[in-house]
Structures are given as C-alpha cells and as structure tokens.
Design a protein around this ligand. Structure first.
Ligand code: S3P
Length: 166
C-alpha cells in the first residue's frame, strides 16, 4: 500500500490550495481529482461535463479516477466535495492513505465562492445548503482526522496536517 494523504470536504473548503502547500512541505506531488476527471473527459470545465453527461456522467468519471489513484504513492490528493456520496470511491481512497476532513462553515464557504461560476452544484443556495447538511456527517464518518478549516488559511491548514503526519 502506498503512502498518501487525501483531503475531503465541501466545495470551497480549501482542499486544492491546502494540498498544494502540504505537498511542498512533504516533497510529495499534489494531485487534484477534478483535474484528472477533466483530462479523462477531454472537456474544458466541469460545467461542460454536467451539461453533456449529467451529474451521473461526472460521477462515473470520478469513480474511475478514484480507482486509478489506488496505486498512488507520496501524493496529496484533493478530492471533489461529492466524493463521499459514493462508498466505492471512499473504499478506494481509504485504502491508499490517511483521510483529512477540512471542516468549514456553510455561510463562509458561500461568501468565499459568491463569484464562482465553475461549480454546477452551487448555483442554487437552498440546494447547496441541503447538500452541505447531507454531506457533513459523511465527511466525519470517513475522516481519519478532522481539521478545523473555518476561516483558516490553506497555509495554516497545510502546516497543521504536516505536524500531524511528519
Ligand atoms: C462537487 C465538487 C467540485 C466538483 C464538482 C462536484 C460536489 O469539486 O468535483 O463540481 O459534488 O461537491 P470541489 O469540491 O473542488 O469544488
């Protein structure tokens, strides 16, 4: 089994930025699942995948990428916020490393992403709130460690995780 770190959490909780900074501390590679999904799909952005193949098409690609990542070693993997909705994804990812949940606050996230147009599931605030409420217990369930990311810079999040794993 490889040695990897997996970051989970809701959209906008700082997974990608924290992963990049943590990877620098560790001398590992940072990989972003959404980027790998885009590469695999040949599409330019996530909205395009949702428009052409629906959320289901996106989730199938996400599962293929999660499976491929099983063979990783020394990677900091930032996942998409919906990764925990499929237990097969989490089976693959938990097999390959330690899972950190970046716990954040819904209102802060929505404030932070108020101008974001890249996330199809954030277009409707009420639906986004319902997703958040549904997912929070699942993030906690799959986490090996929970990091308080509420109003905390990715640099600090990365340092906290580094202290835990070094
Ligand atoms: C999603 C989160 C996004 C992306 C897609 C679906 C979700 O990733 O995978 O838009 O279901 O929460 P981020 O968490 O990096 O925004």
């Amino acid at each position: 089994m490889g040695e990897n770190i997996i970051l989970i959490g809701f959209m906008g909780s700082g997974k990608t930025s924290s992963a990049k900074k943590l990877a620098v501390h560790l001398g590992w590679e940072a990989v972003e699942m959404d980027e790998l999904i885009l590469k695999r799909s040949g599409k330019a952005d996530i909205n395009e995948i949702f428009e052409e193949s629906g959320e289901l098409g996106f989730r199938l690609l996400e599962m293929e990428v999660a499976k491929d990542l099983c063979n990783s070693n020394k990677k900091v993997i930032s996942t998409g916020g919906g990764i925990i909705m499929n237990q097969i994804n989490m089976m693959y990812l938990k097999e390959c490393g330690r899972v950190f949940y970046l716990k954040d606050n819904f209102d802060l996230i929505m404030q932070r992403l108020s101008k974001d147009k890249t996330r199809p599931l954030l277009k409707d605030r009420k639906k986004a709130q319902a997703l958040f409420d549904l997912r929070c217990p699942l993030y906690e369930h799959y986490a090996d460690d929970i990091i308080d990311g509420e109003d905390v810079e990715p640099k600090i999040i990365a340092e906290q995780i580094y202290k835990i794993v070094k």
